[in-house]
Structure formats: structure tokens, C-alpha cells
Design a protein around this ligand. Structure first.
Ligand code: GRF
Length: 205
């Protein structure tokens, strides 16, 4: 079983999809911590409703910069977090976290990486860029988190066609549905021990 920490800054629909997959028995995991840098995040409200451990953690709650990374690590360790799912987490993780949880942090991105990713590519900007580029397909990507934005090894990707007359909003909504499918699926591959690393490449067994 995977002991997960979910980090989310916003609405938290991916977090809810992960939680649903656990409740339905599709994902053998337990949510040990829901962390948000945003005290108003829908993700935190939902976590509290579900009686999951929810923590607001930010430079407001830990104003001493030198303690920030250590405090995050301690919190995760204290809650028994062994694996982290970034689900719309808008703040860069401290390098210490990436090192401590190397190959055990996933992120979801609303496009087919390696295109349409990197610094500044988030939210509606991603879908605007996809439409402006005139590509026939978009989709979602679950990848391992390393030190660079949207860069680590790809675990799962699913594509959908960009439809005629598509707007960034309509594309975002359809991509989000795909995200809710592939994020729990990717986590369940780790939970089942089906992921091997060959250098930076992932092999699904
Ligand atoms: C998703 O589109 C995800 O790909 C991106 O941030 C958004 C989060 O949405 N990283 P939600 O908070 O899970 O609804």
C-alpha cells in the first residue's frame, strides 16, 4: 500500500479523483497528508470534510526561510508520507524534498509533455498555447518530479483530439477528465510495484 501525501493549491479535482479511486478500491493507497500553500484551497476544504489530515503550509506558516524545507520534510515524515502526488500544486518544491523523495514524487500536467511545459506554462496558458500552435492533439501527462519544471520521466500520457472551434476553456475541461483517469492509474502502478527505472527511463512491468 502506498502512503501518499497530496499537495494541492487550488480546487483539488485531481485530489478528489485520487481519493475516489482509493475509496472504490482501484488504488491501494492511504492519504496520510493533504498539504496546501493556500489556506483557501478547495482541496483543504474537501480534505477536512473527508476527515483527512489537512495542513496549510506556506511561507506564512513557516516564515523563517531557512526552516522551510526542513519543516516540510519533518511534517511529511511525521505523517508517514512515503510518496507524494502533486495535484495542482503551484509552488516549486524545495530541492531537499526532491532529493529525499527522489523518484517518489509525481506531478500531473495538462498537456502532452515535453511540449507545452516548463516555467510559466500552467493553467489556461497551457491550453491557449496548444490552440495557438494548431496541434491536432492535446492531453495529460503524469511524470516523475525532478529539479526542473515539468521535466522528469513520463509515467503515463493520454491524448485527446483538439476539436474544431475548440476554446482554451473547452479543451481544459476535456483534458481535466483525462487527468482524473490517468492520475489514479499512474499511482496504482507504483502501488503495485510495477514501475522500474532504467536511468531516467521508466519501465512498466
Ligand atoms: C490540473 O489541470 C493539473 O494538470 C495542473 O493543475 C490543475 C489542477 O486542477 N497541474 P485541480 O486542482 O486538480 O482541479
Amino acid at each position: 500500500m502506498l502512503n501518499i501525501g497530496v499537495f494541492a493549491s487550488g480546487n483539488g479535482s485531481n485530489f478528489r479523483a485520487i481519493h475516489r479511486a482509493i475509496s472504490d478500491g482501484r488504488l491501494d493507497a492511504a492519504i496520510r497528508l493533504v498539504l496546501s500553500n493556500n489556506s483557501q484551497a478547495g482541496a483543504l476544504a474537501y480534505a477536512r470534510e473527508q476527515e483527512l489530515p489537512a495542513v496549510h503550509f506556506s511561507t506564512k506558516t513557516v516564515p523563517d526561510e531557512t526552516r522551510y524545507a526542513g519543516a516540510m520534510l519533518e511534517l511529511c515524515a511525521a505523517r508517514g508520507v512515503e510518496f507524494i502526488a502533486l495535484a495542482g500544486y503551484m509552488k516549486l518544491l524545495p530541492t531537499e524534498m526532491v532529493r529525499a523523495y527522489r523518484r517518489r514524487i509525481l506531478n500531473i500536467h495538462p498537456a502532452l509533455l515535453p511540449r507545452f511545459g516548463g516555467p510559466g506554462m500552467y493553467g489556461m496558458r497551457v491550453h491557449e498555447a496548444v490552440i495557438a500552435a494548431g496541434v491536432p492533439e492535446s492531453g495529460a501527462t503524469v511524470h516523475v518530479v525532478d529539479e526542473a519544471y515539468d521535466h522528469g520521466a513520463i509515467v503515463l500520457q493520454k491524448s485527446i483530439p483538439v476539436l474544431p472551434g475548440e476554446t482554451p476553456e473547452s479543451l481544459a475541461a476535456r483534458v481535466l477528465e483525462i487527468e482524473h483517469e490517468i492520475y489514479p492509474e499512474a499511482l496504482s502502478l507504483f502501488a503495485a510495484g510495477r514501475i522500474r527505472f532504467d536511468g531516467d527511463t521508466i519501465i512498466i512491468t
